[in-house]
Design a binder for this molecule. Sequence first.
Ligand SMILES: *C/C=C(C)/C=C/C=C(C)/C=C/C1=C(C)CCCC1(C)C
Length: 257
Amino acid sequence: MELPSLTPGQYSLVYNFMSIAIAAFLATFVYFIFGREQVGRKYRKALLTSGIVVGIAAYHYFRILHSFAEAYVFDVQLGEYIASGKPFNDAYRYADWLITVPLLLVELIQVMALDRQKSRRLISILTIAAVFMLITGYFGEVRREDAELFSLRGLWGFLSTIGFVVILVTLFKEIKDAMNRESGRVGILLRNIGLLTFFAWGFYPIVYMAPFFGWDGGQTEAVIQVGYSMADIIAKAGYGLMIFAIAREKTLEEQAE
Ligand SMILES: *C/C=C(C)/C=C/C=C(C)/C=C/C1=C(C)CCCC1(C)C
């Protein structure tokens, strides 16, 4: 994959967003791990999982940022960042998702505290769909040069979307059942996390379509990197905070009973 040149503005934007992502993951890591005492025993696993997710993401973002910085050098004559010749390893992102996406789904199932058999069944379906979504997505992701919807990038993206739809449909059914069981505040929090999953996760396929919008190479690359970094902050750190809120609310309710 040929790396497009970046203007200093595009380069800094990407660099800074990756850097903010690391800060957000490290801060929430500390918060989730030390906040475990604030929730009931049943929910501690969900918080631990949240902590693991942002911990893994922080590590991968270090690698991504490092790889990005190495892949570019500033050319004084051109006034632009050009490819240094060292490859930019974008696969870190997909390697990260392959681990963190199933864990995020586990997190949500854990906070619902369903019975064991049901949890297992759900986690299996969701994990298979997630792996399918990410592997097909990766085949399309490396085809940055496909500038049209009807291309291999488009086709892989479409296949990947099937996995995404399976995840959403499965989750929404489960959240709906859980909302019927739960009281007002917990129900609202569960609905919110359903919406967050829909909108935050739905942002990824939109970013993926950046090459179809006809921008130049540098702009496309910047939109993809910044877009995924923003989405990751919301879907991992933000999501974990919501899981924390649900666990806290359920704990308070159970103590009042
Ligand atoms: C922490 C990382 C998360 C929550 C990543 C989620 C990623 C997706 C929901 C990606 C979905 C994609 C499609 C639905 C189609 C195009 C290819 C993908 C992989 C970007």
